[in-house]
Design a protein around this ligand. Sequence first.
Ligand code: DLL
Length: 434
Amino acid sequence: MPIWNPQVECAPVADRRALQLARLQDTVARLYAHVPFYRDKLAAAKLRPEDVRSLADLARLPFTRKDELRQTYPYGLLACPREDVVEIHTSSGTTGTPVVGAYTAADLKLWSEVMARTLAMAGCTAADTVQNAYGYGLFTGGLGVHYGARRIGANILPISSGNTRRQLHVMRDFGTTLLTCTPSYSLFLAEAAREEGIDFRDMPLKAGCFGAEPWSENMRVEIEAKLDISAHDIYGLTELIGPGVAAECECKHGQHFNEDYFYPEIINPETGEVLPDGEKGELVITSLQREGSPLLRYRTRDITFLMRDPCPCGRTTVRIHRLLGRTDDMMIVRGVNIFPSQIENVLMRIEGTQPHYQIVIDRGATHLDEIEIRVEVEDAVFSDVTSVLERLRKRIHDELKSELGISAHIKLVEPRSIARSEGKAQRIIDRRSI
Ligand code: DLL
């Protein structure tokens, strides 16, 4: 498959490291000169920009946390003059004050470049028609994909999220070849297509770039089968740029990190200590060439590990493993740490269930945590006799118990009864007030 920027993506590792060091030194110097928040932080750590002499010195620099971004909302971390900002994006702010990304013209160029690399990994060329069903607006998904597809010169259908029936008609009428949306929404589209009598095998759709929420390997298998496409995992976050931080090539063995712009480290989330390659921990990212909103050692709370074994595609960039959870969506139920991805993995390997589920945690009269997992079952199963449903319920219960170590109430619900999201799926409802 053609590589968008082979000179950079396949560069010798030593050359890339030299470039990273130069860009890191420049970023630290700019932050020190222009952002009082960082000047104070570096001063508190008794560091000056000239102390960064090697990439190993990065480990001495202070971390940046999400709550610090919130405290400085909206422009407190801006590293360029206000008049140089040409676009703003923010996170949705559902869990507090939104975080802000400010983009200069150069930042938008950088974003277009990393998104062109991302889409190219899924085979996108100027001959493709990209149906972009990520939300347009302050959310980074819509415009991020848009800029990448523009850079490649593909034909873009900027349909944004929602309006599922229209999505299907547009896809059929304009011959969409590449779909971009959240993985859960792609399955929702597949379901709606079946109801409309549309068969993906009759359409030219060949690939999809899915991200913005956790999904599992089993879910990939399901998406690829139901939409008859190659499904690629793409990663990013508003704080760093949006999508375009890392993405999967055709080998689908970890996501290539756009290391020339974003420097990844894995740390122990409790001690802050940098962990060796291959060890699981929290992903920390430093931006290397952002002008508007550069960040030093940003704690993403995403859990993964670094993979440096050579990738057969020829790119030499470090890869991150598919995300394994977050340090903060980790649920603690009766003292047991549980990630939604563990639950999803179990559900996806059980025949008869749908990849739509919800986890409800509550504290009963006994003050003990109760976990209920609502799982949609397939039409055929739901209309089956009660004993079949009961067997399925018991199987899910037992498999989850052996995976999680605790017992959950399993509630099988009718097909299509769990609310669908056009964007990120809401999987967890925590009713405990602790
Ligand atoms: O979700 C950016 C994005 C848009 C990525 C479109 C991919 C595609 P935020 O809304 O700031 O930005 O959310 C960022 O979403 O820290 C992860 O926890 C999660 N996330 C993003 N991509 C993936 C993925 C966008 N491929 C947060 N797998 C991140 C799992 C993901 N989680």
